[in-house]
Design a protein around this ligand. Structure first.
Ligand code: FCA
Length: 338
């Protein structure tokens, strides 16, 4: 389970395996004694994204270490999320970790969890109620502001190192502002670029409609058509897929690693890109450890169920830059590749 091979056949299999645990005969149809083995679920909005597969890997590690069971399921929309909570309750879960497909589902998810007597720990995307974070629900995630800032600082440093002329350069900021963690990352990245001397009129926001490579590709393509005179691009976005989509759009218009530089966030969804023999405009990524976040969130939930120890309400992780030069070494050290 430790090797990357576990991830490569992608989620289809993992999903089927996870779903097949839905009807656990041992757990259904009985109100008898509490089960002796703790069972939790780990629900994620985009199971096809490597980030979430690595979080699951961390959850599996915690499960093996503490001896609990973890059901890993994809919840791509609100309806699926609420019905999955019913399913896992029937299957005997005592709580779940969740990265919700929509942060505004927070109150509905918490209501349902209360009805079913399930404990909840959120990861990555913090629940929102009436425009405010639900800080009463335990949250584990990346420090979006600091990681976003480092992304912008890295791009500014590359811009300076290359000696690009400001009047020929533009910043392509792939944004998804309806999600708070995404907005916090891109806002801080843009602020760092401005602090480094890139004026606001050289910074172009390209909103993505979906948080995947095609969504970012479309957003960047529109921008490239609108700003066809720009010769060099710095690319930022809320995660690796946002930057990868823009990189693909740029390559389609003839930009290369010499005329475009992108820095992602996650560090998990760009491994194949960094392995390519020829450099692409994808320069590097701010790695935040998905396995560690998955492990920590599952461990907290387990201890809460088992010993009644409530988790800390807010846990944030930092990021480090990985590039073509150092990614093998760092990802090995982080337990992400063998
Ligand atoms: C959000 C993004 C993921 C990952 C996570 C930490 O959920 O969609 O790609 O960056 O935050």
């Amino acid at each position: 389970m430790k090797s990357l091979r576990f991830l490569l056949p992608v989620l289809a299999l993992g999903l089927i395996a996870g779903c097949s645990k839905k009807s656990d005969p041992a757990a259904s149809g009985s109100t008898a004694a509490a089960p002796d083995k703790v069972k939790i679920a780990f629900l994620v909005k985009q199971p096809e994204e490597p980030w979430f597969q690595y979080e699951w890997k961390g959850a599996d590690k915690a499960a093996a270490q503490y001896g609990f069971e973890v059901m890993k399921l994809g919840v791509p929309d609100g309806e699926k999320t609420l019905s999955t909570i019913d399913t896992i309750a029937v299957a005997g879960a005592q709580g779940f970790v969740i990265c919700t497909p929509d942060v505004r589902l927070g109150p509905a998810i918490m209501n349902k969890a209360k009805q079913k007597g399930l404990k909840v720990v959120t990861v990555d995307d913090q629940f929102v109620k009436d425009g405010k974070f639900m800080t009463e629900v335990p949250y584990v995630g990346m420090s979006a502001s600091r990681i976003g800032r480092k992304q912008g600082e890295t791009l500014a440093a590359e811009f300076k190192k290359r000696g690009w002329a400001l009047e020929e350069t533009g910043v392509c900021a792939i944004t998804f502002e309806e999600l708070d963690t995404a907005r916090e990352r891109t806002d801080n990245s843009i602020a760092a670029l401005k602090d480094a001397g890139i004026p606001a009129e050289r910074i172009f926001k390209a909103p993505q409609k979906t948080t995947d490579i095609p969504g970012a590709f479309d957003a960047a393509s529109i921008l490239l058509t609108q700003q066809s005179s720009i010769k060099r691009w710095l690319i930022l976005g809320m995660n690796d897929n946002a930057v990868l989509g823009a990189v693909r759009a740029m390559e389609g218009r003839g930009f290369t690693h010499e005329t475009a530089v992108g820095v992602g966030i996650n560090g998990t969804d760009c491994i194949d890109e960094l392995r390519k023999t020829k450099p692409t405009p994808f320069f590097g990524s701010m790695l935040a450890s998905a396995p560690q976040e998955g492990f920590a969130a599952s461990e907290m939930l387990y201890k809460w169920i088992k010993d009644g120890t409530p988790p800390p309400l807010d846990t944030r992780t930092e990021g480090i830059l990985i590039t073509r030069e150092n990614f093998q070494e760092i990802l090995k050290r982080e337990g992400i590749i063998d």
